[in-house]
Design a protein around this ligand. Structure first.
Ligand SMILES: C[S@@+](CC[C@H](N)C(=O)[O-])C[C@H]1O[C@@H](n2cnc3c(N)ncnc32)[C@H](O)[C@@H]1O
Length: 190
């Protein structure tokens, strides 16, 4: 089992988590647009809208090609993406999440013409009697279902199935019907 992420911190957390669970995962710091695995695999997964994080529209094709290279013939790619309805509904305005010792304030925006969304996230983490503030900016590209279908067909996937993600995220009020889609693409055997 292999794991790929661009962020060195995320890679470290995955190594620690896999180690605690005694899971044999090899973690690579790599870009999903260009990654290569030491051997081909039956399944590649890319969850929690990670595919929306690539910076340019042309990157969807690069990711599809990199995944195709990593898969055995007939292998599957499972991924989910936020849709424009999700960006319109949840990425417009300011929201606040509070848990013991952590407060998150998110200012979000969506540019419908450019099909892009962003989130300025301010974290307040309790440190003794002080609160430490951290800032993070996340930008996402919004994919059109037709564009996803075309890119995967042209790249060498012979089947693409899609489901609305809402039933899989029943406890998450930020993923309503039509806001996120789960896909399963199959690499052609030919
Ligand atoms: C919303 S998180 C999802 C994380 C993980 N898939 C999970 O299920 O918890 C998005 C992740 O995508 C990673 N990421 C963003 N752009 C990337 C890229 N071009 N190549 C590889 N990883 C990337 C980020 O570092 C981040 O860890």
């Amino acid at each position: 089992m292999y794991a790929v992420d661009l962020s060195p911190l995320m890679c470290r957390l995955v190594r620690e988590k896999a180690g605690r669970a005694y899971l044999p995962v090899r973690v690579f710091g790599a870009d999903m647009r260009h990654f290569r695995l030491p051997e081909s695999v039956d399944l590649v997964t890319c969850e929690y809208d990670a595919l929306n994080h690539v910076p340019r529209r042309a990157d969807l094709r690069l990711v599809a090609k990199a995944v195709l290279r990593a898969l055995r013939p007939g292998g599957h790619f499972f991924f989910d993406v936020n849709n424009s309805l999700g960006f319109e509904r949840y990425w417009s305005g300011t929201s606040w999440i509070e848990k013991p010792g952590v407060v998150v304030v998110m200012r979000t925006g969506h540019n419908r013409q450019a099909d892009r969304a962003w989130s300025d996230i301010n974290w307040f983490i309790r440190d003794g009697s002080c609160w430490r503030r951290r800032h993070e900016r996340v930008e996402e590209v919004c994919w059109d279902p037709g564009e996803i279908r075309r890119v995967f067909q042209e790249t060498g996937f012979d089947q693409l199935r899609a489901w609305d993600a809402a039933p899989f995220f029943k406890d998450n009020p930020l993923i309503g019907p039509g806001c996120r889609t789960v896909y399963l693409a199959r690499k052609s055997r030919g």
